[in-house]
Design a protein around this ligand. Structure first.
Ligand code: G3P
Ligand code: MG
Length: 263
């Protein structure tokens, strides 16, 4: 990996679509992000029962739909009839679970750059990684550069896939090797560099609480792009950007300017 190539994507992303201002992982959330000047977004993609990737963080519908069902037991068409907006506020009543495909369509039309977190339920790691990569590669087929190093030829419009699941990342790689991938970790493990290389990932996505200036220096000097989640204070954002962090996502799109934290 070469240290000379700088992060080509936006540096501040709305977490789960629109942070805390909208129901997570919905198209409405991305619209709220746009209202706040956010043209970059992180969201979670999980498999419905019919193998269609949909936007969802939890395996169950309890928290965001006040429903006792599970995502993996329902087809995408059924999920599109379930209200996942009302739990947030009256404004969003009637908002439903979008498919990944519909969400990426929206992102393309509105020029929003997505970081798609592959969020498999247990046992579906490879299936989820593969399905998310397939849908993404189809929708961005005109922008993906199929040859060469992913960092050298990174197109700033093409989504970045990421996951805590190494199996999901490997399956995504097998399905669409030209899509860039990032490895999500909580703390940074001692063998992070070897693992990242084995996975063929371009970036390391770290919980900012466990990042230090020293770790950030090691990661960026190794020529690895460094992403942090989920940074909700402007002061903390300035600190980590000062350490060389390339990008981060935030729930506080009302407090953190989408452009102000660029180095
Ligand atoms: O992608 C970063 C972040 O979203 C990971 O945590 O639980 O919010 O998906 P979570
Ligand atoms: Mg996420």
């Amino acid at each position: 990996m070469s240290a000379q190539i700088s992060w080509p994507y936006p540096r501040v992303l709305a977490h789960r679509g629109g942070g805390k201002l909208a129901p997570e992982n919905t198209i409405a959330a991305i619209k709220v992000g746009l209202e706040h000047g956010y043209r970059a977004v992180e969201f979670d993609a999980m498999l419905a029962a019919d193998g269609v990737p949909v936007l969802m963080h939890d395996a169950t519908l309890q928290r965001t739909a006040l429903n006792s069902g599970t995502v993996s037991a329902l087809h995408a068409a059924d999920l599109q009839r379930i209200d996942v907006g009302g739990w947030h506020s009256l404004r969003f009543v009637g908002e439903t679970v979008p498919t990944l495909e519909a969400t990426l369509d929206f992102c393309r039309v509105h020029q929003v750059w997505p970081n798609i977190e592959i969020k498999p339920t247990p046992g579906f790691e490879r299936a989820t990684g593969s399905a998310v990569a397939r849908v993404t590669a189809q929708l961005y087929s005109d922008q993906i550069c199929v040859d060469g190093d992913q960092r050298q030829h990174a197109d700033a419009r093409v989504p970045l896939l990421s996951s805590f699941s190494r199996d999901a990342l490997m399956a995504a790689r097998d399905t669409a090797p030209a899509l860039p991938r990032g490895w999500l970790v909580n703390g940074v493990p001692p063998d992070w560099y070897e693992q990242l290389r084995r996975l063929g990932c371009v970036s390391l996505h770290v919980n900012h609480r466990y990042l230090t200036a020293e770790l950030a220096r090691k990661i960026t000097q190794a020529g690895v792009w460094l992403f942090c989640y989920t940074v909700n204070s402007p002061q903390r954002a300035r600190t980590i950007v000062g350490w060389g962090v390339d990008a981060f996502c935030t729930d506080r799109i009302d407090l953190i300017d989408a452009n102000v934290s660029c180095p």
